[in-house]
Design a protein around this ligand. Structure first.
Ligand SMILES: [Zn+2]
Ligand SMILES: [Zn+2]
Length: 291
């Protein structure tokens, strides 16, 4: 089994630098933002930039199917109808277009916050936002099913949508597997109350995902340990194996045969304890059964 493993890498200096950054630390998968995640405004990607990105990726050992874009943080796709909601739909449309230009097959989205209007309203808004974006994208005459939108589970912060597998299942069933898939974040799962600290709990969770959403629709795993306690609803990522989930559970997840095709991407801190290369090495050397 060859583990597809990587981290979120920077695009500073140009989007194609992300490929160099990923290769430099030995990633076999990676994630990027296509723009600054905390700003609404961005420059258009030029065909020149996207050509260099694709060329570098083609000449690398990284399979383009193991590359993923994460939506910026500001949009809220479950918000009540407002200027902010309309802007969020535009960003989603734009990000799908950018993924297509880059040849990246997956776009990860957060499911947003209903801002007090209730989950039912939030889910309706989310479904509408996703459909509107894909329709707008089709109207540009671009091939529609090249990019899948991956729904990411949330940590269960106040008013957030998508912290329960059953809730994501119901959203996924409305949207359909043609254009949508799933990204599971281990820190968010733990913070939302799914105890992944033991092997048997991990297999129970994998079975739940398989029977509800289908493991074939699970396209990316965000491999993050949790600084917050089980069920704390805190979205605080920590170094793999050093947080509240710990080595045992994460090791059994990484080595689960049912997940052997799914790329694992870390979004862990960079501090005096470890950097990205250290977390990669730890997973490869300590947590992987066959390496
Ligand atoms: Zn995310
Ligand atoms: Zn997070």
């Amino acid at each position: 089994m060859t583990l597809k493993l990587g981290v979120h890498v920077s695009i500073s200096g140009g989007i194609s630098h992300s490929v160099d950054n990923a290769l430099e630390i030995g990633c076999s998968a990676f994630q990027i933002f296509t723009r600054s995640p905390r700003q609404w405004k961005t420059k258009e990607l030029t065909p020149h930039e996207t050509d260099i990105f694709k060329e570098k990726l083609d000449n690398s050992p990284i399979n383009p199917k193991s590359v993923v874009v994460h939506m910026p943080y500001l949009p809220n796709l479950s918000a009540p109808t407002s200027e902010m909601y309309e802007k969020s739909i535009l960003v989603l449309t734009d990000e799908v277009t950018r993924c297509n230009m880059l040849g990246v097959p997956y776009l990860i989205i957060h499911l947003g916050s209903h801002l007090g209007q209730g989950p039912k309203n939030g889910i309706n808004q989310l479904v509408n936002a996703c459909r509107k974006s894909l329709d707008a994208y089709s109207d540009l005459g671009l091939p529609r099913n090249k990019v899948k939108i991956l729904l990411e589970n949330s940590a269960g912060q106040k008013n957030s949508i998508g912290s329960r597998i059953e809730e994501i299942q119901s959203i996924f069933h409305i949207l359909g597997q043609n254009d949508f898939g799933l990204c599971l974040d281990t820190c968010h799962l733990f913070a939302a109350g799914y105890d992944l600290s033991t092997g048997s709990n991990v297999s129970t969770l994998i079975d739940l995902v398989d029977s509800s959403i289908g493991l074939e629709n699970l396209k990316i795993i965000h491999l993050n340990d949790s600084k917050g306690d089980l069920g704390s609803n805190l979205d605080r990522h920590y170094h793999v194996g050093l947080g509240k989930i710990g080595e045992g559970g994460l090791k059994s997840l990484i080595n689960n045969k049912k997940l052997s095709q799914v790329p694992f991407i870390m979004e862990t801190p960079i501090d005096s304890i470890r950097n990205d290369a250290d977390n990669l090495e730890f997973v490869r050397n300590v947590l992987t059964d066959s390496h």
